[in-house]
Design a protein around this ligand. Structure first.
Ligand code: KG4
Ligand code: ZN
Length: 341
């Protein structure tokens, strides 16, 4: 079984080919980051246009690289949502057109389910049931899962996602986009003792998150400092990162206690943050829990996670109608019970 996967939910075009026996045969990624950088965030119209330019040539390259002809492809998986509507429509239209032309099934994948299964591309993969922390530019969610397509939301962000907060804090500091890696880099030279930023919603029970207050706190701190020296910037970046990392770690610890599950999977762009990995790693080892993450290259958006999710869904007998629409908003719990047709 060989699956072609297409990711186009935001500003990355990802195309991959996953083979049930041989594993990942091709994984191509094109980032539009430089196109959006001057705007300090993703411009939806530019994103759609660029996906149109890149997707078909990348599919051709992936077929060549993997030594596949269209006859070797069993199904095409694509990101149905959540994401930018125009960007999603490009990937889904191409996927469905090719599926029709090649007379093979198309499989609609939930972007966050893709992120989640990216951790299972490794040999040492988590076993269901487990807790998943999904932290990306659009989502911050803690959930428990008992199998593919079976999700119970434990908590989520009431406002900004963690990645979005990183991006906004970076913008305040005059750093580039995406902001997460920039803050992480700057924080390496910051003084952890200079500022202490709040850990939002950790002083009350529950597993929800809120990062907008932290954003305002960061803004106020920057305004108070006046013109920023390089050291000021590094110290603010450090204080911000420590606050996000601590907040997430406190909530994950609670989730472990509440669910009594002993495996934690972290995925999504922010799971590439090494401080977060360190602190979560330390916390889980004190709580008899194992932690799993995707390889760094599979943390941020990519086609491999979509191809692999498509493979897992096809194995369960799932395929989708060509007439379905994209879903820019798509709560993950809606998947529950819907995976096997
Ligand atoms: O999963 P992803 O590639 O796209 C979405 O589905 O949103 O996540 C992108 C987000 C961005 O907000 C980016 O700033 C953040 O992940 N990010 C990081 C790091 N690398 C990417 N945040 C913190 N530390 C990082 N090392
Ligand atoms: Zn993503």
């Amino acid at each position: 079984m060989r699956i072609l996967g297409i990711e186009s939910s935001c500003d990355e075009t990802g195309v991959a080919i996953y083979d049930g026996e041989k594993g990942l045969l091709s994984n191509l990624l094109y980032s539009q980051a430089s196109i959006h950088a001057e705007f300090g965030g993703v411009v939806p119209e530019l994103a759609s246009r660029d996906h149109i330019r890149k997707t078909l040539p990348m599919i051709r390259q992936a077929l060549e690289e993997s030594g596949s002809s269209p006859d070797d492809i069993s199904a095409i998986a694509y990101t149905r949502g959540p994401g930018l509507v125009g960007a999603l429509m490009v990937g889904s239209s191409i996927a469905k057109s090719l599926a029709m032309a090649w007379d093979i099934p198309s499989i609609a994948v939930h972007h966050m389910e893709g992120h989640l299964v990216a951790s299972m591309l490794e040999k040492d993969a988590p076993q269901y049931p487990f807790i998943a922390l999904l932290v990306s530019g659009g989502h911050t969610q803690l959930l428990s899962t008992s199998g593919l397509g079976e999700y119970r939301m434990l908590g989520e962000s009431l406002d900004d996602a963690a990645g979005e907060a990183f991006d906004k804090a970076a913008k305040m500091l005059g750093l580039g986009y995406p902001g997460g890696p920039e803050i992480a880099r700057l924080a390496e030279t910051g003084d952890t003792g200079r500022f202490r930023f709040p850990r939002p919603m950790t002083d009350r029970p529950g597993l929800d998150f809120s990062f907008s207050g932290l954003k305002t706190y960061t803004m106020n701190c920057i305004e108070r400092l006046g013109p920023l020296s390089e050291q000021d910037k590094a110290d603010v970046a450090t204080a911000f990162q420590e606050a996000v990392v601590d907040t997430i770690t406190i909530k994950c610890k609670r989730a472990i206690k509440e669910t009594r599950l002993n495996q934690l999977v972290i995925a999504g762009g922010v799971s590439a943050n090494l401080r977060l990995r360190d602190e979560l790693g330390e916390m889980v080892s004190k709580n008899n829990t194992r932690i799993f993450y995707p390889q760094l290259k599979f943390c941020t958006d990519n086609g491999a996670m979509i191809a692999y999710a498509g493979y897992l869904k096809l194995q369960l007998g799932h395929e989708d109608d060509l007439a379905i629409n994209v879903k820019p908003r798509w709560p993950m719990e809606d998947l529950t019970g819907a995976t096997s047709k």
